[in-house]
Ligand binder design. Structure first.
Ligand SMILES: CC(C)(COP(=O)(O)OP(=O)(O)OC[C@H]1O[C@@H](n2cnc3c(N)ncnc32)[C@H](O)[C@@H]1OP(=O)(O)O)[C@@H](O)C(=O)NCCC(=O)NCCS
Length: 108
């Protein structure tokens, strides 16, 4: 596990092996980030979110409360994922998505 400078890992978080987390990231309360994930700089993973293995979250993306991401998905730079969403496909950069499964609600 590799965690960058200025990154905050809150209480109750679980981070699994071979995950890399960049600078100035927030992994918020009770979130889990499984094996082999790549979390880039300035990402916020909100409380209770769960990322499966091999998920990539690009710079500055935001994952809301309780988001679930299936294995191998890439969430694009600056994308916003609404609370409670289930992400089953790659999310384009700066998209705003929500729902189960997560679908665009508006361009960011
Ligand atoms: C996704 C989000 C950012 C969208 O906010 P917004 O741009 O103000 O969007 P709106 O509230 O105008 O909603 C736009 C549409 O998306 C829907 N929507 C918004 N958030 C949604 C969500 N989480 N799940 C499902 N649908 C959602 C709305 O119902 C609305 O649908 P409609 O056009 O059919 O009426 C916000 O709703 C959200 O989920 N924020 C997460 C907050 C959070 O987890 N914070 C963590 C703090 S630590």
């Amino acid at each position: 596990m590799d965690i960058g400078k200025g990154t905050v890992i809150c209480a109750g978080v679980v981070i699994q092996p071979d995950t890399i987390i960049g600078d100035h990231v927030i992994i918020n309360t009770g979130a889990t980030v499984d094996h082999d994930c790549r979390i880039e700089d300035f990402v916020h993973v909100a409380p209770g979110a769960h990322l499966a293995g091999n998920v990539s979250v690009r710079r500055g993306a935001f994952l809301g409360l309780g988001v679930v991401v299936i294995p191998g998905v890439t969430i694009g730079e600056g994308a916003i994922v609404g609370a409670g969403s289930v992400v089953i496909d790659d999310i384009p950069p700066f998209a705003k998505v929500a729902g189960v499964p997560a679908r665009p609600i508006r361009k960011g």
